[in-house]
Design a protein around this ligand. Structure first.
Ligand code: C5P
Length: 397
């Protein structure tokens, strides 16, 4: 059982860290807490001492308490896992720059492995370029950042900066990793096909579904790569290749295909592109105009013949009518293991919303209905079915 060292810095989200410590204790881990002085203004060390049954460490220069130990070195050596939650902008800035001016930041410099940071702060502090630069730096140093959530904050601002929920952090730290070692490629968002330097053809797609799948797959332990068109959601924390056109998306998918165990094509690829791109802005001289379009490559059809028997391919079908019939045709034509179909004539699900309701049609003729659920739950359903098929194909059931 790994030992957990929890760094607590001074933000109101400190109260959530009490639950995180409880969850880790209940799971049987030994937990020790280091608090900054500011953290002690929100929650007392006694709270964490009662929960963890260990001393909560605060001041680096506590004389005489335990002269036989050098706290920052011994705590760093004791810890198997080091999590800083909440991680304030101030503490992350110090750590990103190697400053060691209290017990927590000094211990960070001694600790040799990646640290997990769960940032929590006001939306503007989070968006500030200095904070973003420090987060990037921490990620480049090899640390893991748990993306904060979006919602109402203690300061009553709305936006991104809420610390991840303790149950979520616990799941990431200790949850089942059923997709460990599995390489998953997810495409997300629309593609954009330029007409001239200012105009383009595209599809409605926020990228929410694809990004939800990628994040859930990462949380389940998979090695995930995302090939994303211009999405309107954050790709933070994802291993991502950005593309614009269907041709670029095809090339990016092909480049990785031989290493992929599960391919999930959630992108809304534009079906057509202009036959001839105009490098000058087209003038609106006449009342009517027409542009000649030609078909884009169908990515799934193009790679279907390269599909290995051990690979699982998943496609999507956004349909406005005859959902089942159209989805089944695509399932067959694109050589898929299953297709995830949704009815885009419904306003309450699908495009830009956080919920979806899908039917999954499998190549063996069976069907599963999701009911109306969060996109993250749809992601879970897709991944658990893909994993089942992957295991069956690879003889690991
Ligand atoms: O034929 P349709 O576009 O409805 O098929 C949808 C599925 O096929 C999605 O999984 C989508 O990502 C994929 N697709 C593709 N290449 C295209 C168009 C769609 O791979 N050019």
């Amino acid at each position: 059982m790994p030992n957990y060292l929890i760094g607590v810095t001074g933000g109101i989200a400190c109260y959530k860290t009490i639950t995180l410590c409880r969850l880790l204790m209940k799971a049987g881990h030994d937990v020790r807490v280091i608090m900054t002085d500011n953290a002690c203004k929100f929650v007392t060390p006694l709270t964490f001492e009662t929960i963890t049954r260990n001393r909560a460490y605060v001041d680096e220069f506590d004389a005489g308490l335990a002269p036989d130990i050098i706290e920052h070195i011994d705590l760093a050596n004791w810890a198997d896992e080091f999590v800083i939650a909440p991680a304030t902008a101030n503490s992350m800035a110090k750590i990103a720059n190697g400053i060691a001016d209290n017990l927590l930041t000094s211990t960070v410099l001694v600790y040799k492995k990646p640290i997990v940071f769960s940032p929590a702060m006001n939306v503007d502090m989070y968006a500030n370029v200095a904070t973003q630069t420090n987060l990037k730096r921490l990620a480049e140093m090899g640390h893991q950042i748990i993306e904060p959530g979006v919602g109402e904050m203690a300061c009553q601002a709305e936006g991104k900066g809420r610390m991840a929920e303790p149950e979520e952090i616990f799941q990431m730290l200790c949850g089942d990793m059923p997709l460990e070692g599995v390489n998953i490629l997810v495409t997300a968002g629309p593609t954009v096909e330029p007409i001239d330097p200012v105009r383009y053809i595209s599809n409605r797609s926020s990228g929410k579904m694809g990004v939800a799948i990628a994040k859930k797959a990462m949380a389940m332990g998979a090695n995930v790569k995302v090939v994303a068109g211009p999405v309107s959601v954050s790709l933070e924390g994802l291993n991502c290749v950005s593309v614009q056109t269907a041709d670029e998306m095809l090339a990016a998918v092909k480049a990785d295909l031989s290493k992929v165990n599960i391919l999930i094509m959630a992108a809304a690829v534009a079906d057509y592109k202009v036959s001839e791109y105009s490098d000058k802005k087209i003038k609106k001289n006449s009342e009517n105009m027409s542009i000649e379009l030609e078909k884009n490559p169908d990515i799934l059809k193009t790679i279907a013949s390269d599909k290995d028997v051990k690979q699982v391919f998943v496609g999507f079908a956004a349909e406005s009518n005859d959902v089942r019939e159209n989805a089944l045709k695509k399932l067959d034509a694109k050589n898929l293991d299953f297709i995830v179909a949704n009815d885009i004539s419904r306003e309450d699900i699908g495009f830009e919303t956080d919920q979806n309701e899908v039917s999954i049609y499998f190549s063996d003729g069976t069907t599963t209905e999701s009911g109306k659920i969060e996109k993250s739950k749809v992601a879970e359903l897709i991944l658990s079915n893909a994993l089942k098929l992957y295991k069956a194909k690879n003889g690991t059931v």
